[in-house]
Design a binder for this molecule. Structure first.
Ligand SMILES: NC(=O)c1ccc[n+]([C@@H]2O[C@H](COP(=O)([O-])OP(=O)(O)OC[C@H]3O[C@@H](n4cnc5c(N)ncnc54)[C@H](O)[C@@H]3O)[C@@H](O)[C@H]2O)c1
Length: 263
């Protein structure tokens, strides 16, 4: 049987851990060739061990700092030389930074914007010639933190908000060339990093769950399924959208239950 992404080549950043590793697994299981990039090749150790042997032939790992234009250009050159096409890019690499504007240094702010936002510019710019040839698509992994503000996460809020509007610019500018661009905006996702946070304060889980209409926070595979949908042909008429994967967390205004008082 033909698999959903047979003969499709996807570049995925931040692929060694967390959500990125789940996206890589999902795409490999669905027949894609995955060009998986992360900061260092050593980071792939555990992820590689979890990929079933028959799928490994379609997984190509690269060390690539997404905030380094030269490193990205080198990997893109290798993709152009070794792959028949580049059909999709998933800009997933990222990291958060805690602190309000008065608390963080300009250096830390700049680093957060480099990894979370400049990276999307750098990787998308380098990939566009190949994506225009394949009439491919881009999915950027932002966050619900790009839609609204959190407590003391100014740089992350700004960077992810930037990712969302940069994606709209990509959709507007390159739609006429057949390139789609969309955002997946996860709420909290049960990655190993988040599990560590929950180990420090278990009450966070209750707070997240209580604020989520569906009553549970996302698994990495939930985000992977949304990414796969957006790069698939099923989404061929969808461009410039922000798809929250948050169990309904951002569907609310945040107001108290007034009906409970008035009815
Ligand atoms: N986990 C969540 O709850 C959550 C929620 C919303 C959005 N997100 C977003 O999802 C994406 C993945 O998050 P995660 O939780 O899986 O993170 P993670 O820290 O578990 O994994 C991120 C991966 O990106 C890599 N990376 C970091 N900087 C890089 C760089 N400069 N170049 C290349 N690779 C780099 C890391 O080595 C790591 O393998 C991020 O963009 C994050 O902001 C996560």
């Amino acid at each position: 049987m033909t698999q959903r992404f047979e003969n499709k080549v996807v570049l995925l950043t931040g692929a060694a851990a967390g959500i990125g590793a789940a996206i890589a697994h999902y795409l490999l299981e669905s027949g894609a060739t995955v060009v998986a990039a992360d900061l260092r090749l050593e980071n792939f150790g555990q992820m590689l061990a979890e990929v079933p042997e028959p799928l490994r032939a379609r997984l190509h790992t690269y060390a690539m700092d997404v905030s380094d234009e030269r490193a990205v250009s080198e990997v893109m050159g290798q993709i152009a030389e070794t792959q028949p096409s580049l059909d999709a890019v998933v800009n997933n690499a990222g990291g958060s930074l805690m602190g309000g504007v008065a608390e963080i240094t300009f250096e830390a702010w700049s680093h957060c914007l480099a990894v979370d936002l400049n990276s999307v510019f750098i990787v998308s710019k380098a990939a566009l010639p190949l994506l225009q040839r394949s009439r491919g698509s881009i999915v950027n992994v932002a966050s619900i933190s790009g839609l609204f503000a959190d407590h003391r996460m100014a740089a992350y809020n700004a960077a992810k908000g930037g990712v969302i509007n940069l994606t709209r610019s990509l959709a507007v500018d390159y739609g006429p060339a057949g390139v789609r661009a969309n955002v997946v905006a996860p709420g909290p996702v049960r990655t190993p990093a988040l599990e560590k946070l929950l180990a420090r304060d278990g009450s966070l889980l209750n707070a997240w769950q209580a604020g989520t209409p569906l009553g549970r926070i996302a698994e990495p595979a939930d985000v992977a399924a949304a990414v796969a949908f957006l790069i698939s042909d099923e989404a061929r008429q969808i461009s410039g959208v922000v798809l929250p994967v948050d169990g309904g967390f951002t569907a609310k205004t945040g107001q108290p239950d007034l009906a409970a008082v008035l009815l």
